[in-house]
Design a protein around this ligand. Structure first.
Ligand code: SF4
Ligand code: SF4
Length: 388
C-alpha cells in the first residue's frame, strides 16, 4: 500500500509497524460478520490495488471510529462566543496568522479541542497558547483593530422608541441599548464584523474603514461601464476573498467580468448594496461567504447575511428579476478552484440570460429600486446616475 505519513516521525512509525508484520490493505470495508462455526470475525472488503473483493478472517477487529468534539463544546462556544468548524471542533481566528487564538479576545486553544492532535503537537500548541496569553497579561493597555463600529446617537431610534435590533444581531454581545437612550457599542468587545451596520434600520451605525459611503462608491465605480456585462461580488475577507486570492495565486482561470468589493464579514453586506448594484444595472450579483454552519470568522455573520438575502431574493424575484441574477455562494479560503468555478458558472448564466433581458429587467426594476433606496439617493454624497 502506498502510504505517506504526514507528521514528523510518522513514516518511521509506519515502517516499524510493517517490520513487525502489520499488513496494510487499501480498500473500503463493506461488512463484518461472525463465522458461526469458528466465531471469528470475517471482514468483507475490496483490495483497491488489486481491484477485487476480499474476505479476511480475524480473531479480533478493531474499528477506528471518528473522533468528535467533547460533549459540552457547543455550550462553551455559545457562552464565550467561540466559532466551530464544520466538524464541530473549535475554530481558530485565522489558520495561518492566528492558529491558537479564538475569535474572542483573550481565549487561546491548545490540544484536541481544536481538532485531532498527537501528544507532541498538543504540547507545543499548549506552550504557544501560554505564550500568547502572556502577551495579553504582560500589557497594561491593549490595542484593538481600528475597524470597529460606532453609533450616531442623533440617528438612533432607541432614544424615542424601543429598537435594539443591533443588540440582537451582534454576535459578540458588544452593543447595549437601554430604554430611551441611544445604543452604545462597547468598543473593546466589537470585532468589526459590520453586521449591526447592515441591520440598523436607521443607518445609524458606521463601521470605520468600511463605511456605507466607501462601499457604495466602490459599487458605482465598478459598474460605471457596461454594468450588464459585470458580476458584482461582495466577498468576506476571511473565506471567499481569501478563496479568490488563492484562485489568483494558483493561476486558476475565470472570466474577467467579476468586480469584487471586500467586506470583513458577509454579515456586513447591507441589502442596499445589492439593490444599488441592481439599480445600476449589474448583470449578476454575488455574495460570497464562509461555509455554513460554523466557518464564519465572526461566529454567525454568515447566518445573518443568509436570513437577510433569502428574504431579499424572494422579493426581487416577485418584482421580476431572474432568479439567477442574485446568488449567495459559500467558498472557503482553501477553495480557490471552487471560486474560479463559481465565477465561471455565474458568467455563463449571465451570457445565457443575455444583455437584452438584463437591460429590460433593469429598466423595469429601476424605479422600484430608486424608491426603495430614496433615503440613500437623496443624501448629497450618494447621488449617482445609472449608466444607461
Ligand atoms: S439598530 Fe440602529 S436605531 Fe436600532 S438601536 Fe441599534 S443603532 Fe439604534
Ligand atoms: S455586530 Fe460586529 S461590528 Fe457591530 S458591534 Fe457587534 S462585533 Fe462590532
Amino acid at each position: 500500500m502506498d502510504i505517506r505519513s504526514p507528521s514528523k516521525g510518522y513514516e518511521e512509525f509506519y515502517d516499524r509497524a510493517r517490520d513487525r508484520g502489520v499488513n496494510f490493505i487499501r480498500g473500503r470495508v463493506s461488512r463484518i460478520d461472525e463465522d458461526p462455526k469458528t466465531h471469528n470475525m470475517v471482514v468483507h472488503s475490496e483490495d483497491a490495488n488489486l481491484g477485487m473483493p476480499i474476505e479476511i478472517e480475524a480473531d479480533m477487529v478493531v474499528l477506528a471510529t471518528a473522533a468528535i468534539p467533547k460533549k459540552g463544546s457547543a455550550d462553551i462556544a455559545r457562552i464565550i462566543n467561540l466559532s466551530r468548524g464544520a466538524d464541530g471542533f473549535f475554530m481558530e481566528s485565522h489558520p495561518k496568522l492566528k492558529p491558537m487564538d479564538a475569535p474572542t479576545d483573550g481565549v487561546f486553544y491548545a490540544g484536541a479541542c481544536q481538532g485531532l492532535k498527537d501528544i507532541p503537537s498538543s504540547v507545543s500548541q499548549g506552550s504557544g497558547a501560554a505564550a500568547r496569553a502572556a502577551t495579553v497579561l504582560s500589557k497594561t493597555k491593549w490595542k484593538i483593530e481600528p475597524i470597529i463600529s460606532i453609533v450616531d446617537e442623533t440617528k438612533c431610534r432607541n432614544k424615542t422608541a424601543k429598537c435594539g435590533v443591533c443588540v440582537s444581531k451582534c454576535p459578540y454581545g458588544a452593543i447595549e441599548a437601554e430604554p430611551n437612550k441611544p445604543a452604545h457599542i462597547i468598543t473593546a468587545s466589537c470585532h468589526g464584523c459590520g453586521t449591526c451596520v447592515a441591520e440598523c434600520p436607521q443607518h445609524a451605525i458606521t463601521q470605520m474603514h468600511f463605511t456605507d459611503a466607501q462601499i457604495i462608491a466602490q459599487i458605482r465605480a465598478a459598474l460605471e461601464e457596461k454594468p450588464e456585462e459585470k458580476i458584482m461580488a461582495f466577498l468576506c475577507n476571511w473565506c471567499s476573498y481569501a478563496g479568490a486570492d488563492l484562485a489568483g495565486i494558483s493561476r486558476c482561470e475565470y472570466p474577467p467580468s467579476v468586480r469584487v468589493v471586500r467586506v470583513m464579514c458577509s454579515g456586513r453586506v447591507d441589502k442596499d448594496f445589492i439593490l444599488e448594484a441592481l439599480r445600476l444595472g449589474a448583470g449578476m450579483v454575488l455574495v460570497g461567504a464562509c461555509h455554513l454552519p460554523y466557518d464564519c470568522h465572526y461566529i454567525n455573520g454568515n447566518y445573518k447575511m443568509k436570513a437577510r438575502t433569502d428574504a431579499l431574493k424572494g422579493m426581487l424575484i416577485k418584482l421580476g428579476m431572474s432568479p439567477e441574477r442574485f446568488r449567495v455562494e459559500y467558498v472557503s479560503a482553501a477553495e480557490g478552484i471552487r471560486y474560479a468555478e463559481v465565477i465561471t458558472e455565474i458568467d455563463a448564466d449571465m451570457k445565457a440570460l443575455g444583455k437584452e433581458k438584463i437591460l429590460a429587467e433593469t429598466a423595469k426594476l429601476r424605479p422600484i429600486l430608486e424608491n426603495m433606496l430614496k433615503r440613500r439617493l437623496s443624501a448629497p454624497a450618494s447621488a449617482a446616475k445609472p449608466a444607461a
